[in-house]
Design a protein around this ligand. Structure first.
Ligand SMILES: CC(C)(COP(=O)(O)OP(=O)(O)OC[C@H]1O[C@@H](n2cnc3c(N)ncnc32)[C@H](O)[C@@H]1OP(=O)(O)O)[C@@H](O)C(=O)NCCC(=O)NCCS
Length: 148
């Protein structure tokens, strides 16, 4: 992939672009608005950390991550690639970079969840080695993979 995907902290200069990200109509039931995820990161009791996904000078997506206090696994959540930028490999590159970062930081396993009807997400994550465990979290299918 030639486009350089950069994960950057959410701050004063890019949070509006994150909140303005849009998915296609049929995907809206699978994710919350990014503004909700930003509020969750700021005020929720789970330790989620937000990241903007930038390509060149444009914010094209959003993702958040957190350490599961129960088992120390690296969770990925809230992945959104704006509808105008989908199917260019950005979603896969975001997850790939996060897994690389997590492994370098010593995490032993990664986890995420998705709506069972979200076939695009399932295909994306399965292609990156995530396997469904049979766990269900907030009505979502949990998938995990080892790191390192
Ligand atoms: C899921 C999502 C993040 C994927 O981002 P993306 O940048 O479009 O994905 P990529 O271009 O990296 O594609 C990676 C793989 O995902 C799958 N995929 C992506 N878009 C797809 C589509 N419209 N139909 C079928 N498969 C698709 C394919 O397996 C694809 O691999 P391929 O191109 O080699 O076939 C994006 O579709 C999105 O934001 N969806 C709405 C929000 C959402 O559902 N987030 C996940 C919550 S768990």
């Amino acid at each position: 992939m030639s486009d350089h995907v950069v994960l950057e902290e959410v701050a004063a200069g890019n949070w509006r672009a994150c909140a303005a990200l849009e998915v296609v109509d049929e995907q809206e039931e699978f994710v919350a608005p990014v503004a909700y995820y930003l509020a969750l990161c700021a005020y929720g009791d789970s330790p989620w950390r937000p990241l903007a996904v930038r390509v060149r000078d444009e914010v094209v997506g959003f993702v958040m991550w957190g350490r599961d206090p129960a088992d120390g696994s690296f969770w990925i959540g809230g992945l959104v690639i704006d509808r105008r930028h989908q199917r260019r490999g950005y979603g896969r590159e975001v997850v790939r970079q996060l897994l690389e970062r997590a492994a370098a930081e010593g995490y032993r396993s990664a986890a995420l969840s998705y709506d069972p009807r979200n076939t695009v997400a399932r295909a994306l994550y399965a292609g990156l080695g995530f396997e469904e465990t049979g766990e269900v979290e907030d009505s979502e299918t949990v998938a995990r993979r080892a790191l390192g």
